[in-house]
Design a protein around this ligand. Structure first.
Ligand code: S3P
Length: 426
């Protein structure tokens, strides 16, 4: 549990841990590459360590040199069957992306996860993989554990029914093993780290608008990958500094990939004072330093194409909206209900306990701002982003807030509490 008190202001220069999505992909794709790769700023969080462990179980060797993680890739066909089931823990990215890789192997695998992951929808990857020729068994044909019988795959052209980078990536990874070309068409653009990193490692992958096409059976080459700071983690600090009067912080080396940086645009539309400084590239990914100062925020309507771009940041956006002047409406975000937990329900119920005027909608939230939050006993329900969002709310609340079930923060942001304490003045 986390005990939080009101903070006077935030000040300092910080970095946030490495990007979770990119760290997962860095392990997976370098393991499938020929030769040695070096990963810098890999996110040592529970989710990403589960991905690393999965590849360790499939015969990939890892060492470290100083702060760098070295991966000894074995090429597309170098994995071996894991003796034990692969436990993806809480990580949807691990399970959904690895499913695509395992469908193309010459062995059978079992993927399982914690009680939250075993409740999350897997039909969305099972259906396209089956149409490529994969044989997969699942609980009630839709939930993990998944038993994947690897084998021959053929390329497909698939239109995603829901905008999901995990599903897109799963199909493209299976496409590395498939005969011919595999194309994925997305209804709305989602994070494109898979396309960028596969191209960087030498895959034949092309993007035409919302269609990504990969050519099967072309090998990858090991390289050096520098993981940018996670903008989804930086988002907690962007909101915190925006809502706590007198705050000013600089967050260095944050990934600003255009498919991920919507939170900056949205907060700026609400009146936030965020400056994007010193833009540069870490390999295939753009990064920048983000300077943020307190500003009086106003409510807005958030819907449409931006939603997949900010999907992981909506819980903390709800906190910003609770303190902004006027009404904020978030629509078209029903995917939030099938994340690690139902984040629409939990953010509405827990922020309400703290005095926010917030209504749960079928596909989003309506938040009537200008709240003066009160300390309360609130619950993360085991969801890292809910836990951290409530911690940010607590920094503006009168009195003490107790957030229950916060060990989950380690799934994406180890050192979260320590970092907040470092930049807080009381
Ligand atoms: C992710 C994609 C998103 C996101 C998740 C990470 C990824 O999930 O919410 O935290 O790394 O591809 P969906 O693909 O389910 O939208």
């Amino acid at each position: 549990m986390l005990v939080m008190n009101k903070v006077k202001k935030l000040k300092g220069v910080v970095t946030v841990p490495g990007d979770k999505s990119i760290s997962h992909r860095a392990i997976m794709f370098t393991a499938l590459s020929e030769g040695r790769s070096t990963i810098l700023n890999f996110l040592e969080s529970e989710d990403c360590l589960n991905t690393k462990k999965a590849f360790l179980q499939m015969g990939i060797k890892f060492t470290s040199r100083g702060k760098a993680l070295i991966v000894y890739g074995k090429g597309l066909h170098g994995l071996k069957a894991s003796v034990k089931p692969i436990d993806c823990g809480n990580s949807g990215t691990t399970m959904r992306l690895i499913s695509g890789i395992l469908a193309g192997q010459e062995f059978t695998s079992i993927l399982t996860g914690d009680k939250y992951l075993r409740r999350r929808p897997m039909k969305r990857v099972i259906t396209p993989l089956r149409s490529m020729g994969a044989k997969i068994e699942a609980v009630h044909d839709e939930l993990a554990p998944l038993k994947i019988y690897g084998g021959y795959l053929q390329g497909i052209e698939y239109t995603l029914p829901v905008a999901s980078a995990q599903v897109k990536s799963c199909i493209l990874l299976a496409g590395l093993y498939a005969d011919g070309k595999t194309s994925v068409i997305e209804p709305v653009s989602t994070r494109d780290h898979t396309e960028k990193m596969l191209a960087y490692l030498g895959a034949n992958i092309k993007k035409q608008g919302r269609k990504a096409t990969v050519q099967g059976n072309i090998g990858l080459q090991g390289k050096k990958i520098i993981v940018p700071g996670d903008i989804s983690s930086a988002a907690f600090l962007l909101v915190a500094a925006s809502i706590i009067p007198g705050s000013r912080i600089l967050i260095r080396k944050v990934g600003i990939n255009p498919t991920r940086n919507g939170i900056i645009t949205i907060l700026q539309k609400m009146g936030a004072r965020i400056k994007v400084k010193n833009k540069r590239n870490f390999g295939a990914e753009p990064v920048a330093d983000l300077e943020v100062r307190y500003a009086a925020l106003r409510g807005i309507t958030v819907t449409g194409k931006i939603i997949p771009n900010i999907i992981d940041e909506i819980p903390v956006l709800a906190v910003a909206a609770a303190l902004a002047r006027g009404k904020t409406v978030i629509r078209g975000a029903k995917e939030l209900r099938v994340k690690e937990t139902d984040r629409i329900k939990s953010m509405a119920s827990q922020l309400k306990k703290m005095g926010a005027k917030i209504e749960e909608r079928k596909d989003g939230l309506a938040i009537y701002g200008s709240a003066i939050l009160q300390g309360a006993i609130v619950d993360s329900f085991g969801d890292h982003r809910t836990a951290m969002s409530l911690a940010i709310a607590a920094m503006t609340a009168e009195g003490q807030t107790v957030i229950k079930d916060t060990a989950c923060i380690n799934t994406s942001f180890p050192g979260f509490e320590k970092l907040l304490r470092k930049i807080s003045a009381w």
